[in-house]
Design a protein. Structure first.
Length: 244
């Protein structure tokens, strides 16, 4: 675990200095996913071998997610959350951002990944591996599908001020976050359901629901009449009444 924590500090420090050069701290959002990949492969190569199946799925998932976030960021200025911190923290932003944005998120990456890979599991029952893989595929379908549908919706000027309420967005208000949650529970199954490893999907579910995902998005949409109407008929997270 010490290895993961130190690696996370080094990794996020690199992105911190990049943020100073670029003048935007929101690059940590795109660096988040790649951090899991870098730390997982580092653990696999330098500490203890991991399931290649797990590493492959993790790499595909996180590279796709980081790439999508980076592409979205390139089209607009610094995220308003980070811009607000930059304004509120004033002259202390240069050091507070290091600890409260970069090191903090690096610590979360190390904690989540460590919960999965540090515990030793002798063998995974084949049915658990299959179930975990199926849950991962299901989650990726929701995450990628939700992102793709939203991207197409926002690309049309005719949809300005409107709320996407079709496709996966008619089943849950946050198909991308629901998919991400399922993916992490899939990882836990794929790695053999380590007892303490359940901390990883539980923590990710909490973050997605209460911190950086659903809760944050719902706050930004508060006051929109269209969104308030949408909320009355579509569940916030887990789809109800159907699997897809």
């Amino acid at each position: 675990m010490i290895f993961l924590l130190l690696a996370a500090v080094v990794y996020t420090s690199v992105w911190y200095f990049a943020s100073l050069a670029l003048g935007r701290a929101d690059i940590m959002d795109s660096a988040w996913g790649i951090g899991f990949v870098v730390l997982a492969w580092g653990w696999h190569i330098l500490v203890a071998p991991l399931s290649v199946f797990f590493l492959g799925l993790l790499t595909l998932h996180q590279v796709r997610l980081s790439g999508y976030i980076a592409w979205r960021m390139a089209q607009k200025p610094e995220d308003k959350r980070y811009a607000a911190w930059r304004r509120d923290w004033g002259d202390t932003f240069w050091w507070r951002s290091y600890f409260q944005i970069f090191v903090l998120q690096g610590g979360i990456i190390a904690l989540v990944l460590g919960a999965l890979v540090v515990p030793k599991v002798e063998a995974e029952p084949s049915w658990v591996l299959v179930l975990g893989g199926a849950l991962w595929v299901y989650g990726m379908a929701y995450e990628v599908g939700g992102d793709w549908q939203l991207m197409r919706f926002k690309a049309s000027p005719a949809n300005t001020g409107k709320v996407l309420a079709t496709g996966l967005w008619a089943r849950t208000r946050h198909p991308n976050y629901w998919g991400e949650c399922c993916i992490w529970w899939g990882y836990w199954l794929i790695l053999g359901m380590p007892l303490w490893g359940i901390l990883a999907p539980v923590l990710m579910t909490f973050l997605l629901l209460k911190v950086s995902g659903v809760a944050m998005t719902e706050r930004t949409m508060r006051g929109s009449d269209a969104y308030e109407t949408y909320k009355k008929t579509v569940p916030p997270f887990a789809p109800t009444g159907h699997f897809f």
